[in-house]
Design a protein around this ligand. Structure first.
Ligand code: COA
Length: 368
């Protein structure tokens, strides 16, 4: 039986229309365009309007990805949405996306690992495909952070932006998709990037609102040190685990958090900046959405193309880190092991046992 790989065959992005420039922040805060640009590389970011939310942005990005893939929502076997800023704490936003897309009643879940969410989700999708349990997986990274930042905290609010990116991953026997990945976490640094209240530990209360504990809090210096420590290392590890060297990487698509952090990772992996895709100047840090949005633009601009070997590298709350080496292969007829591997067994298990039991349940007959 041939190996199964998860090739990325579709990509899409959605960014809100509203552009917020550094000059806009100069009017509200004690900050300057010069400070923001030299410390972060950010010139502007997008902010969602009041009637936009995470599920809508995810669905819009997913629709574009499905269209490019030529995959109908009904053909999806699994939906993973990576986000730390869902519409609600519960229900999971992934089920909203499934419903809004008109996908079947397939498994859908939300994955929360901060800014590394998309790479974690992509590695997860690859496992479902490799094991033969899914042929078409939708992976979304979406974030609406502007609703969670303190507009008086100049050290955080200027950094973040809203948006969503999505890919469709399809089973193929061509070595492609995630060739290797490195996932890591270090919860000892939790307090460096945290939204303290609103969860079970500190439920929302009047005191929480007064103290502003419902806003994202960040120790920028500590996060910066952590990022420069782990990024280059995890990138080098992922390249080695794929059996490749830096020379084999056509383009790095990094998490867009800070241009200085990106430059440090490239330096440590001995890759020139010409091989790094950067769009932080336009969108700021869109957390779990940043890599799929950047991938989408790299493909649209011809910086990445089918046949290329890409490196995704990210870090974020947790603290977490995640890198992956991803091959974009020529699209082939999808492998459909799941549908025909044991046709008689499938027919029997689905149409026989399940339907018989469902009929009994509907009639109120106890089912063992
Ligand atoms: N405008 C002007 N001054 C600002 C400012 C702003 N928007 N934000 C902070 N400052 C000030 C600070 O208050 C500090 O002033 P002080 O020395 O009087 O206390 C000064 O600038 C320097 O702050 P510092 O934190 O040393 O700056 P920095 O060079 O570390 O840059 C960050 C700050 C936030 C840009 C940087 O630490 C960073 O990018 N960290 C990583 C954050 C990140 O990526 N988070 C997301 C993870 S997914």
């Amino acid at each position: 039986m041939a190996e199964r790989y998860g090739n990325i065959i579709g990509w899409g992005k959605y960014v809100p229309e509203r552009v917020v420039t550094n000059a806009d922040f100069e009017k509200m805060l004690d900050t300057s365009d010069e400070w923001i640009v030299t410390r972060t590389g950010i010139h502007e970011r997008r902010h969602a309007s009041q009637d936009e939310n995470t599920s809508q942005m995810s669905t819009a990005a997913a629709r574009d990805a499905l269209e490019i893939a030529g995959v109908r929502p009904k053909d999806l076997d699994l939906i993973i949405v990576a986000t730390s800023t869902p519409d609600h704490l519960t229900p999971p936003v992934s089920s909203q996306v499934q419903h809004m897309l008109g996908a079947g009643n397939v498994g859908a879940f939300t994955l929360v690992t901060g800014c590394t969410g998309f790479v974690y989700a992509l590695a997860t999708a690859q496992q479902f495909i490799a094991s033969g349990t899914a042929d078409n997986v939708l992976v979304v990274g979406a974030e609406l952070i502007s609703r969670f930042v303190d507009w008086e905290d100049r050290a955080t609010c200027v950094l973040f932006g809203d948006g969503a990116g999505a890919v469709v991953v399809q089973a193929t026997d061509e070595p492609s998709g995630v060739l290797s990945f490195v996932l890591g976490s270090d919860g000892s640094g939790a307090e460096h990037l945290i939204l303290p209240a609103g969860g079970a530990a500190i439920p929302v209360s009047h005191e929480v609102l007064v103290k502003g504990q419902h806003y994202l809090q960040m120790n920028g210096r500590e996060v910066f040190k952590f990022a420069t420590r782990v990024l280059g290392k995890s990138l080098r590890q992922a390249i080695a685990e794929a059996g490749l060297t830096s020379k084999d990487i056509d383009l790095i698509v990094p998490h867009q958090a800070n241009i200085r952090i990106i430059e440090s990772a490239a330096r440590k992996a001995k890759l020139p900046m010409e091989k790094v895709f950067v769009n932080i100047q336009k969108y700021g840090n869109t957390s779990a959405a940043s890599i799929p949005i950047a991938l989408c633009e790299a493909l649209e601009e011809g910086r990445a193309k089918v046949g290329d070997t890409l490196a995704f590298v990210s870090f974020g709350a947790g603290l977490t880190w995640a890198s992956a080496i991803v091959k974009l292969a020529e699209r082939k007829q999808p492998v459909r092991k799941r549908k025909w591997q044991f046709p008689i067994l499938k027919w029997f298990s689905r149409n026989g046992v399940v339907e018989e039991e469902e009929a009994k349940e509907e009639q109120g007959v106890p089912v063992n």
